[in-house]
Design a binder for this molecule. Structure first.
Ligand code: AGP
Length: 614
């Protein structure tokens, strides 16, 4: 989604702003721009470009006034309202040229606001919802940009984070967030505002997290935050502990490949402090008393995309180990259904970013119904973490590749820990059972590490090379193989743009089999387990139609090679945990196909890392 960076300080800020935007590239964008405020001649140097940041840099050639300014705002735009065009790129400026604004999110009532402003004589330069902001602020400006923001806020509905500047107040930026992320980076004689911390990593690690609807005023040497009534509030400054190195590729060609290889560490860090050698399980931070957890009637999981697939995999674990009914639903649907969750239910919002708009909304609906809501997230300071009763943290580290990999397997791992704990609390697992399963969980990071260090990734690449020109892939699996198919198919389509379909193999004869033809590639997830023979029957059925089968199977299984054209091996683990292992070859498979097509796997077209709009 859109990225925001703002700077006030002693240093000329052109490079700081553009570098900040580069660090936000991973969020996905289609155009970019910045406005630097030149205090001497009371105007903005405004540069915008459609395309990538290289295009923005190219657009600066010959532009005046970039060297001096020490106040600036920048933006990467991911189009929601209005096409990908130069006039729609941010920043947007008021008709008098005095107010500049960048925004992330959506102003839902912009049509009405725009009409009103046009009736008052305002001329719009873009089709965006954002542009109402500079015009509204200019109309309410009476010498104090903070007062103007205060006057405008009650007129807005939607979810947004914006940063505004006025030419009469150089050296000052004002920002507000409403259900969209915004952080302040505190430096020495300089301040940053950004939609995400990586934007200013390298400059400062001191961070302030404003709350919803607070007005944040940053000057070079001070941050003032005001609540909705105009009363100044204090928000603590915290030190960001994440590693800067994580924002670099660390020797890998792409962030995605690096993050695939970081899975052993991500898994280990996620369970490390939770599973004691004595069989103890800690759900530290979950914010719900043990006696309440032990008695929940049902678990509802809400999430989007890859996080939703992790939820689907977690359902098997919770139902089997803890014997609690689990429903899993995409958050964008859940939020608009009649929510029947109640005080006896546990609702888990899974979101690696902790900022996905639909997941936040679904969690909110459940909280309003009195359910116990937990955020399963990779970001302790995210909105999801703040909105929930408690947090189940994955410790996967910063994930930059748009296609989620290490956060996905870490999410399933965290759900496995929760399932173990619930199972023990409800006596559906014995003490010995918990010890054995904990041991299996602890073995997983190492098993995946060995796998990634072996010749397996090269073998996957060799198989992928055979299929790189195929125009469609069907993914089939049963039981825990089903969420793996969904996720494997999503990975392939999002980074290679090849259409994929993922189905429970038992459903194949009810429709998708009609898609198959001589040579059609079918990926079949077939780990060892009680449905293995059933999956083999499905393989026979697709092969009888001429399809080519790429099976994902457990290392050491001797039978599979008799039935498949190609095999992608996955480390051995109990069937219920196999979604953590079998997805790894499929991540690599998708990666290799996309690379084979020469595509940019870290920044696939049209996608954003964090979907902060509905
Ligand atoms: C993953 O590869 C996708 N890019 C996407 O589906 C993602 O999982 C989804 O947007 C949810 O994100 P979240 O975990 O940050 O909520």
């Amino acid at each position: 989604m859109c990225g925001i960076i703002g700077y006030v300080g002693d240093r000329p800020c052109y490079e700081l702003i553009v570098r900040g935007l580069e660090r936000l590239e991973y969020r996905g964008y289609d155009s970019a721009g910045f406005a630097l405020l030149d205090a001497d001649n009371d105007r903005y140097a405004l540069v915008r470009a459609v395309g990538k940041l290289e295009d923005l840099r190219a657009a600066t050639v010959g532009a005046d006034g970039l060297e001096g300014p020490t106040t600036g705002i920048g933006h990467t735009r991911w189009a929601t309202h209005g096409k990908v065009t130069l006039p729609n790129a941010h920043p947007h400026v008021s008709n008098d040229g005095r107010v500049a604004v960048v925004m992330n999110g959506i102003i839902e009532n912009y049509v009405e606001l725009r009409r009103r402003l046009q009736d008052e004589g305002v001329v719009f330069a873009s089709e965006t919802d954002t542009e109402v902001l500079p015009h509204l602020l200019a109309r309410h400006y009476e010498g104090d940009i903070v007062a103007a923001v205060q006057a405008v806020l009650p007129q807005l509905s939607g979810h947004y984070a914006f940063v505004a500047s006025h030419t009469s107040e150089p050296g000052r930026l004002v920002a507000v967030r409403h259900e969209c992320p915004l952080v302040v980076g505190v430096g020495v004689n300089e301040m940053f505002l950004a939609s995400a911390i990586p934007a200013f990593l390298g400059e400062t690690r001191e961070v302030i997290y404003p709350e919803n609807d607070e007005i944040v005023v940053v000057d070079r040497d001070a941050v003032h935050i005001y609540d909705g009534f105009g009363t100044e509030v204090t928000r603590p400054t915290r030190t960001w502990e994440g590693s800067e190195e994580a924002a670099e590729k660390g020797g890998y060609d792409t962030f995605m490949l690096k993050e695939i290889h970081e899975q052993p560490a991500a898994l280990w860090d996620t369970i490390g402090s939770r599973l004691g050698a004595d069989g103890s399980i800690s759900l530290d931070g979950i914010g719900i008393d043990d006696h309440v957890l032990a008695r929940v009637d049902a678990v509802h999981i809400v999430a989007c995309g890859t996080s939703y697939h992790a939820g689907l995999a977690g359902r098997y674990l919770i139902e089997d180990w803890a014997r609690i009914p689990v429903s899993v639903e995409v958050a964008s649907e859940y939020r608009y259904r009649t929510c029947l969750a109640g005080p006896g239910d546990l609702v888990i919002g899974i979101t690696q970013s902790g900022e996905t708009a639909d997941t936040l909304a679904a969690m909110r609906v459940a909280r309003e119904r009195g359910a116990h809501v937990v955020a399963l997230t990779n970001q302790t300071d995210s909105q999801a973490a703040r909105d929930a009763n408690g947090v189940l943290l994955t410790r996967a580290g910063l994930e930059i590749g748009v296609a989620a990999t290490k956060t996905h397997t870490a999410q399933i791992m965290a759900l496995a820990v929760l399932a173990l704990k619930l199972g023990r609390m409800r006596w559906s697992l014995t003490e010995a059972g918990v010890r054995d399963l904990s041991e299996e969980l602890r073995r997983l990071p190492d098993a995946i590490e060995q796998y990634l260090l072996s010749s397996a990734p090269a073998d996957v690449a060799a198989v992928a090379a055979k299929y790189v020109d195929k125009g469609f892939f069907l993914y089939l699996g049963r039981h825990v193989g089903v969420p793996v198919c969904f996720e494997g198919a999503l990975k392939l389509k999002e980074i290679s743009y090849v259409p994929t379909e993922a189905y429970p193999a038992g459903e194949m004869k009810h429709g998708p089999i009609a898609l198959l033809d001589e040579g059609s590639p079918v990926v079949v997830v077939a780990p060892d387990g009680h449905v293995f023979d059933k999956v083999i029957s499905n393989i026979q059925e697709v092969r009888a139609r001429g399809a080519r089968v790429i099976a994902v199977a457990t290392e050491g299984n001797e039978e599979i090679a008799l039935h498949a054209d190609d095999v992608l091996w996955a480390p051995r683990t109990p069937a219920l945990l196999s979604p953590i292992t079998t997805i790894v070859p499929l991540q690599l498979f998708a990666y290799e196909i996309a690379k084979g097509k020469g595509l940019n796997v870290d920044k696939p077209r049209n996608l954003a890392k964090t979907v902060t709009v509905e």
